[in-house]
Design a binder for this molecule. Structure first.
Ligand code: ADP
Length: 164
């Protein structure tokens, strides 16, 4: 049986930190679904469509990576789509506490889906989508945090949408 894992998040935008988790997860799972889940606690910066286009540009040649917008509880999506694992990344203590709570809730909702945690490598620990938004807003350089292949596209999206 193929092992399918979902990596849910806002990816607003996707960062090198997220990509490192995807790459490492690919050594374990047959297929990774990058699940774009709208977050109620964060105000969106990019539209879901733009976020998906950015992720698609990076993974266009990877047939074992799928990018899907999720409109329901991740755990419900997982149950319906034979997804057995959930992937999450942990950068620091704040992530750990949040992820512990999330894990307990998910486990209460379904104990068939196991969450696998990846500790961020030191060089990715400081990278967050929020930080990238801040740098972009102040027209700073994001090349250490975001994949080279999407920098121009990201800047174009921001210019055309007049986000700045
Ligand atoms: P959220 O799910 O809180 O909206 P994100 O979309 O930014 O957060 O991230 C999705 C997942 O990726 C979360 O598990 C988060 O901890 C993890 N993550 C985010 N940035 C990094 C990073 N730089 N290194 C490792 N994991 C990360």
């Amino acid at each position: 049986m193929k092992s399918i894992a979902i990596f849910p998040g806002s990816f607003d935008p996707i960062t090198l930190g997220h990509q490192d988790i995807v790459n490492r997860a690919l050594t374990i799972f047959d297929c990774i679904i990058i699940g774009l889940a709208p977050s109620i606690k964060k105000r969106p910066f990019l539209s879901i469509k733009d976020r998906i286009s950015l992720i698609n540009k990076i993974y266009i040649k990877n047939s074992n990576i799928k990018i899907i917008k999720i409109n329901e509880l991740i755990i419900d999506f997982a149950k319906k789509n034979c997804v057995n694992f959930l992937i999450r990344g942990i950068r620091n203590n704040i992530d750990l506490i949040y992820e512990q709570e999330l894990n307990q809730i998910n486990y209460t909702l379904s104990n068939n889906i196991e969450t696998i945690f990846f500790l961020a490598k030191p060089k990715y620990q400081i990278i967050s989508s929020t930080l990238i938004k801040e740098i972009l807003l102040h027209k700073g350089n994001i090349k250490l945090f975001v994949d080279q292949r999407i920098i121009l596209m990201l800047k174009d999206i921001i210019k055309n949408n007049k986000l700045i």
